[in-house]
Design a protein around this ligand. Structure first.
Ligand code: FE
Length: 146
């Protein structure tokens, strides 16, 4: 992933809802249990709401009870970036889209196996794509096995 997606503040504002803009471009956090994906159990790939980069897969989602969508792994390590975040008098690890630098959420070392990581992500930073190729292929292979 070498080409970054760069847009002006004005362009992001035009493209995104006020909540999506606040979370992704201003490092905001949605209130827990208010986002559209914390309880979502649909199959698909969660892509960046800003630039469409595949970020997380429904297979890696788990119920963390926190009120935010939580995943034990990203779709691809290169698609997310992490950075130390020392705001709010805590040291946390921020998770960003590696393509457009959207703020996604934070990652904590208290997740389930196989990684032990908990990617705690704002619904407002995500868009569930149920038509990605690997999701379709997965459905197909399940049907073929039967
Ligand atoms: Fe992005």
């Amino acid at each position: 992933m070498n080409e970054k997606t760069k847009k002006s503040e004005k362009e992001w504002k035009q493209q995104l809802s006020p909540e999506q803009y606040r979370v992704t471009r201003k490092k905001g956090t949605e209130r827990p249990f208010t986002g559209k994906y914390h309880n979502c159990k649909e199959d698909g790939v969660y892509v960046c709401v800003c630039c469409g980069t595949p970020l997380f897969h429904s297979d890696h989602k788990f119920d963390s009870g926190t009120g935010w969508p939580s995943f034990h792994s990203p779709v691809h390590e290169d698609n997310v970036a992490v950075e130390e975040d020392s705001t709010l008098w805590m040291v946390r690890t921020e998770v960003l889209c590696n393509k457009c630098d959207a703020h996604l959420g934070h990652v904590f070392p208290d997740g389930p196996q196989p990684t032990g990581q908990r990617f705690c992500i704002n619904s407002a930073a995500l868009d569930l794509d149920q038509n990605q190729d690997d999701v379709k292929n997965k459905d197909k292979s399940t049907t073929e096995e039967q």
